[in-house]
Design a protein around this ligand. Sequence first.
Ligand SMILES: Nc1ncnc2c1ncn2[C@@H]1O[C@H](COP(=O)(O)OP(=O)(O)OP(=O)(O)O)[C@@H](O)[C@H]1O
Length: 349
Amino acid sequence: MIEVKNLVKKYGGHLAVDNLNFTVEKGQIYGFLGPNGAGKSTTMNIITGYIASTEGTVTVDGHDILEEPEAAKKCIGYLPEQPPLYFDMTVAEYLNFAAELKQVEKPKRKEMIQEVMEMTGITDVGGRVIKNLSKGYRQRVGLAQALIGFPEILILDEPTVGLDPKQMIEIRELIKSLSKNHTVILSSHILSEVSAVCDYIMIISKGKLVASDTPENLSKEMAGAQKLSLLVKGSPQEVESAVGNIHQVSSFCCEESEQEGVLKVSLEAEPEADVREEIFFAMADRKLPILELMTTSMSLEDVFLELTEGGEEPEGEEKGRRKSMFGTRLKKTPEEELEEEEENHAGNL
Ligand SMILES: Nc1ncnc2c1ncn2[C@@H]1O[C@H](COP(=O)(O)OP(=O)(O)OP(=O)(O)O)[C@@H](O)[C@H]1O
């Protein structure tokens, strides 16, 4: 459906997109995941024909976005990070305006608008002025606008940013339901969102594609090596001589713990190797008591952090409004937030 080849975008001397290559197949939900400034919006703006690339090509359903922009753009519905809404229009007026812009034939407009309003759950607010709607409903209107013309591909830039947890869940459900008939590409800096909604994740860091796979495969691939963390009573030399004889240990390090004479030992074994018993006997032979032993596997969150390490880019005023990489997860569970927000949301619409 979409083929991106050797895509480069430079803003002056700044390389925002660095030789991206990927293809998007029909009927799946793809997630662009990356920290702020990774190049997600820039890539989406190039795919949708909003801005030109410095190098490389984008073809949409076989149409080059620069050579055949009309044909390529007809296949795409775009919801930018800031939905292009006219706040003084009613929902129905705005969608009619969007249909005019998209050159939907006049006799077909009314029916199409009704259909997209049903699909996005905004039929009841068709006569309401957009500025009086809650943010969640405005986002639905933005999605409805993207759906006008029934394009095969929907490109959604941070579709849940700024929504409360209940609205987030609703919009995610809506996106999932739209994916039955559309190919969806969405961008997000929130890992939990992308892994909850997308079939396929593309992790972008500093303009480069650093990983792309299903959420399950990404964690599996990266979780190859077994990691152990131990508390051992002994000296670094004694621990080193015990661990040093175990061939399947690929790396290890010791540091002092809060308890005197007790070391924190972190070690990594080769993929598929289980070295727990060997560690136990090696320490026991040298009379080094193991006070604690834990295996740690790599979560998708660890994978993301490792791949995008240093990917966030503080920049002047951007610093102040930086979003958390894991959004709500760092603060409270979505369930806790839901409970808290449900009451506030009730009167929002
Ligand atoms: N019009 C522009 N002029 C100059 N630099 C730009 C412009 N637009 C984006 N950039 C820079 O290009 C890089 C990529 O920005 P982009 O908006 O694509 O990232 P992003 O991954 O979408 O981030 P965010 O989640 O913050 O929107 C950033 O360093 C940004 O500052």
